[in-house]
Write a protein that binds this ligand. Sequence first.
Ligand code: MN3
Length: 221
Amino acid sequence: MAFELPALPYAINALEPHIDARTMEIHHDKHHAGYVANANKALEGTALADLTCPWTASGRLQELPKEKQNAARNNVGGHANHSLFWSIMGGEGMGKAPAGELADAIKSSFGSFESFQEAFTTAATTRFGSGWAWLGVCGESKLAVCSTANQDNPVMKPLIGDAAGCGCRPILGLDVWEHAYYLNYQNRRPDYVKAWWSVVNWSKVAEYFGKACQCKSAACC
Ligand code: MN3
């Protein structure tokens, strides 16, 4: 049982009114817990069984026997993606704007913060069905926005190819599965995405940006 469900780094109602406590409770305690349990099951007895970092595992899924790859892809991805998701919301950086080197990189990669927000919002709202929108580092501080289906993430590139349009280390991710917003927003994904900007923890994203820039592998934790 190498993977563990991380505790939320804030109170269950800390993101209200933008994301309600009941949604957070079901999302974290049921959905994410399920991914962790099933990821452990999927990797049992394989060469990846002892990994504790789901991002490292995400980048090595192609090493698994073919019959194990689908379950691992869905559940290791689910664990990695949700672990990042909880951590880039709430906290001290919530309600602020990107600062320092992250702000500079956003400006040089997208022109302005507003253009970045627009590109990311488009990625999130136009993802058909379930999936994720990402901001990732693609070497030399260059940032890119992309989107993946289901519980895929850009670090899975060796297995899934560069379908997302950027093979990069995600530093910000938005869950656009209906389970992430249906209780409060029903079918109104654009309203959820708009509200979500208010809960992003920019200090955490900046911290990940700093680490990603020093990272040799795309799949470090
Ligand atoms: Mn989810």
